[in-house]
Design a protein around this ligand. Structure first.
Ligand SMILES: *Cc1c(COP(=O)(O)O)cnc(C)c1O
Length: 385
């Protein structure tokens, strides 16, 4: 047998996949059958744990787990909430993840109206109010909570109030993928009908499945809508309610890991503790990057988020992002290219199993790489010489 060379451990400063604790990784080393009582209780515990974190309870709300990455649940919600006849989805987008909702609707043949807002600002409530007051009756309104392409946090609570006032017939869908569990979100006060996130974001499980937290009545009213069999949340829900099982092969290992991640989350102090750690990470990064001469895409006033930060690529002639990225990665620090369309940026995340000491080590390594590249943003080549 040819032994497989294990990969080196990387620190991931990205929007996902993210670093996991050793406890979470160890928890997945068991083979369980999909009908095994131990596995079924794992599913039950996860569904209940998610409702607890969301601060809602059954039967008013329910948590439905679905195989795949986060995008699968975004697509499943758009499929499930859109009637086969007369659907009209309104998408309020200020970044790449909002635009992805539009793409999903297009591919699925679901009629949608895209309203785009500047990428470096929160979605404008006054404009939204005007759009909602127009004659069009929307069946679903979708928005991203933390737009991970820039780091902007959108005002989902205020948006929810506007939607329920001016479009009472519409389902309100929030993509809270990169914020759930770390940024407070009051589902009831925000009038959210459907919310999605995934195992490998702020709850720090391993990738493999994502979840929908929704109002049970809204969900049940969507029966028969989905044009996709595998991405039908009502069908998935009915399967889980009937016998606690997934319809198709569940990611058993990923779910064992997630149960452990939920336990660690709770033990560490839940949302306030996670928020505190990410904010500390962000503070270390913010000051360190500023000292190195990097500039953030977002104005201070807009960026109260602590999930991910977009930085302008320095205009220094020696600074090449690909080299910067590769040199950091060679030293086991993985950052991420930009995703905003109108500016040249890269991104550094501080979510996942990362601590202020990791951020300090990253900054130290960035400095080292800048030295090698002779590309300090603050210094022109002449000043370096
Ligand atoms: C990570 C993320 C997604 C889902 O991405 P996947 O790659 O499918 O897991 C969707 N929306 C937002 C805002 C995200 O941060």
């Amino acid at each position: 047998m040819v032994p497989v060379v294990p990969p080196t451990e990387k620190k991931l400063f990205t929007p996902g996949p993210l670093c996991c604790s050793s406890g979470v990784k160890a928890a997945m080393c068991y083979d369980l059958g999909s009908r095994d009582q131990q596995f079924l209780s794992c599913v039950r515990e996860i569904r209940q744990g998610l409702l607890d974190i969301a601060g809602v309870s059954s039967p008013e709300f329910t948590a439905v787990l679905l195989q795949g990455s986060g995008t699968y649940t975004v697509e499943a919600v758009l499929q499930t909430t859109s009637p086969r006849q007369g659907a009209k989805v309104l998408i309020l987008a200020n970044g790449a993840y909002g635009l992805r909702m539009k793409k999903i609707c297009e591919v699925a043949g679901i009629s949608c109206q895209l309203e785009e807002f500047p990428e470096n600002k929160k979605i404008d409530l006054i404009k939204v109010k005007e759009i909602l007051q127009n004659d069009t009756k929307f069946t679903t309104v979708g928005v991203v909570h933390c737009e991970t392409s820039s780091g902007v946090i959108n005002p989902v609570e205020e948006l929810g109030c506007l939607i329920k006032t001016y479009q009472p017939g519409a389902m309100y869908f929030v993509d809270a993928m990169s914020s759930f569990g770390a940024i407070p979100l009051d589902l009831k006060a925000s009038h959210i009908d459907f919310m999605v996130s995934s195992a490998n974001k702020c709850l720090e499980g391993i990738p493999g499945f994502a979840y929908v937290i929704c109002r049970t009545q809204c969900l049940v009213s969507c029966k028969g809508n989905s044009r996709s069999y595998s991405l039908d949340i009502v069908d998935q829900f009915e399967g889980l309610q009937k016998n606690g099982q997934f319809r198709f092969t569940p990611p058993t290992h990923s779910m064992l890991a997630f149960r452990q991640a939920l336990e660690e989350y709770k033990k560490a102090g839940g949302l306030p503790a996670r928020k505190k750690r990410y904010m500390e990470n962000r503070a270390v990064l913010k000051h360190g990057m500023k000292d190195l001469g990097f500039r953030e895409l977002l104005d201070e006033a807009v960026h109260e988020g602590y999930i991910i930060t977009s930085y302008f690529i320095p205009e220094h002639p020696n600074f090449h992002f690909q080299t910067f990225y590769t040199e950091l990665s060679n030293r086991d620090y993985v950052i991420y290219p930009g995703k905003v369309s109108k500016a040249n940026c890269f991104r550094i995340g501080n979510i996942g199993h990362l601590f202020p000491s990791d951020m300090k080590n990253l900054l130290h390594t960035i400095k080292e790489v800048l030295n090698i590249m002779e590309a300090h943003p603050l210094l022109t080549p002449q000043e370096i010489m």
